[in-house]
Structures are given as structure tokens and as C-alpha cells.
Design a protein around this ligand. Sequence first.
Ligand SMILES: [Zn+2]
Length: 296
Amino acid sequence: MGVPVASPGGTAADAVGLEVLVRLLAGRGVVVLSGAGLSTESGIPDYRGETGSRRRGVPMTYQEFTGSEAARRRYWARSHVGWRTIAGAEPNAGHRAVEQLRRSGHVSAVITQNVDGLHRAAGTRGAVELHGALHRVVCLACRRTGSREELDRRLEELNGGFRDGPARVNPDGDAELSQELVDGFRVAPCAACGGVLKPDVVFFGESVPRPRVQRCYELVDAAQALVVLGSSLTVMSGLRFVRHAARAGTPVVIVNQGATRGDELAAARVALPLGAVLTEAARRVRAGWRGYAGTP
Ligand SMILES: [Zn+2]
């Protein structure tokens, strides 16, 4: 007599998608590509999350940031407030399941579009941070990098009490503030040379460094499967890896609540909350789940 298989719920298509995901994970060599949806359960809102925290306006471009002092003041003021949310966030069940699967060899590499550092916080070493990390800052003049924690202390000294009020925060750590508040913010220059500091993240209008992109292509080339976690694949920087995998005949599974630009390329889709799906997938892989028992 078969043991009933616990399920995180969902439609028959979700159940089939989960089975495909488990089968691919069991085969090992799976590369994960994660996006903002993986971090929503850590309290970092998605751009288009169910909580309705749809981003108003467009993120600052690299050209705006480098082109004007007023733009940099606006960026750092908003980011100083948003940093509390990012710095205070902890990895969720989804990040932990990915790390568990990585340690057991089922996941061979993690590529993330997220700048929140939560894969690292979950213990995942060597995750490729495609768009950089908010935990580092870089000087545009002398190219020295430093920690955001250290810059945060300096900004707090210059702007005591600035971030006491509530604020809506975007997944890139950008909080929405009035112009009046922004105007009173004091920006900190590079402590070494006085140059302009920028978070070590890839802005809109800026390219992902070529060696980093190349590294991702190599990981995808070596992958037995590509699993997208919590990304609508809106931007090409992630979608290109899905297209690359599909062209090579490497199966793609997408776990995301909502449609994505990669759906037509996917062998299977699961449209359920990531923490539950990944925890269940890791459990079945651990239990040596095999076959299609229970498939409708
Ligand atoms: Zn410098």
C-alpha cells in the first residue's frame, strides 16, 4: 500500500511540475537561477508581489547616478532607509532548502539576480550574484570596495534619526521618500580618496560584467537542468540563461507564482509559494522519491 505523498497543494499541473522538479534534482547537477520571489518570504517585497507593493516609478539608472549629485543624494537617502529591511532580513525555508540540496550535491550551482545576500546568509558559498550585492560598496574613483555596514555607520553619524519613520521598500533596498526628506540627506564620500561611492550592484543602464556572464553560461552549459526560482524573467540578464539552456536541450523548470517570460521554454512549471515547494522537493529527494506514483 502506497504512503500518501504530502503536497503543498495547488493544481494538478503544479503537482506534475513538482514531480518533474524532484526527478531532475534527484538526477543531480541542477543549476538554480533565483529572483526576487525567493526573498519575499524573508520580508523583502517583490516588485510585483501579492502584497501589492508594486514599485512606483522606475529605478535609478547608472547614467543618472553618475551624472548628478542630486541623484546620488536621492539614491543614498532612499537606500539608507531601505537598508534596515535588507540588513535585517533572514534567509527563509526556500534559501535553506536550496543550500541543503547544494550540500547534498543535487544542486551544482546557484546564480541569483538578488542583491540581498540571503543565499550567502543561508550558508551558500560561491553563489554567482549576477547583479552584485548591497552588502558591498565600491568607489568609482579608486575602485576600492568596502562594507556596507561600515558605510552605514558613517551615514548614520551624518544623518542621525533620518530613518526613524516607516517606509515602503523595494527589493533593491530602495525606500520611497519625499523630496523634502531627500534634500536634507548628507552623502558620505569614499573614506580613502573622497570619491563617489556606489553600491556594488548593477544599475539599470549598466551591464553585468562580462566575466560574470561568461561564468554563468559555463555553469548552465554544465547543468543537467536549470531551475528558475521566483523570477518573472522580465529582464534579459536572467532570461538569456533560460534561452541558452532551452537551445541546448537542457530541461528548464520554473517555480514562480505568476506568468514568466520563460514559460514557453519550460519543461514544467510550479506556481506555488517557494518555501513550501522547495522544502517538499528537498524532502522527497532526501527520501529517495522516485517514479511517478500519484500522478493524476
Ligand atoms: Zn576612493
